[in-house]
Structure formats: C-alpha cells, structure tokens
Design a protein around this ligand. Sequence first.
Ligand SMILES: [Zn+2]
Ligand SMILES: [Zn+2]
Length: 125
Amino acid sequence: MENRLSASCHCGAVRLDLAASAAGVLACHCGDCQKMHGNFNAFLAVPVADVRLQGAEALVWYQSSADARRAFCGTCGARVLKEVTPAGRWLISAGLIDGPTGRHIIKNLWAQAKPDWYDLPAAPA
Ligand SMILES: [Zn+2]
Ligand SMILES: [Zn+2]
C-alpha cells in the first residue's frame, strides 16, 4: 500500500496529498522564513511529482527571493509551501499535515541566523 500523508490549510481551501517520501522534517531559521512564518519554518521536502494539490486557485504566490517563491492560502493566510527554482521539490509546511507524521526534525538549516528568543530544536548531529 502506498504510504501517503495528507495536509490542509486552516480554512480547508487548500489540500495536499503527498508521498511520505521525505525522511524527516527540516527546520529553516533564516531571515526570510522568520519574516514569513513568524518563527522558524518546519517543512517536508517532497518531489513536486509526488504531490497532489487541490485548491490551487486559492494559493497566492510570492517571490521571496531571486530563486524561490512561496505560496500561501489567500483566505486563511496559511503558509503552504516554498518552491525553489528550478522547481523540482516543494517544501511543504509541516504544520499543515493532518494526523501523525511519524517523523521528527532531522536537521536545522541556517542555525546561525536564528533569533535569540528560542533554542534550536533537537536534531541529530
Ligand atoms: Zn486556507
Ligand atoms: Zn528559510
């Protein structure tokens, strides 16, 4: 049986069904993620071909840097995903996944850029 995860935004306009191929959750502490998520960005990296997206018309895209754009729900504002050019993978916000993921944070990215008000989440060295 195919192992898949389902995800949805807060209002339910956007739904994703994705292959549970990602090994774990990545946590990005960079300045862009802080500004857009209000915190670090915890996500699963999944090949675009392995994602079924419903409600694409509800997504608003924002070019967050020269080679990346991010999508949020135009109704509830949930940060749904980040796409790095050339688009091969979508970085899907872990908080949108419904039910247990069976995964943990496996890596901190841009750890040196994190703000001073929290400690890095535990991740294997
Ligand atoms: Zn929504
Ligand atoms: Zn980031």
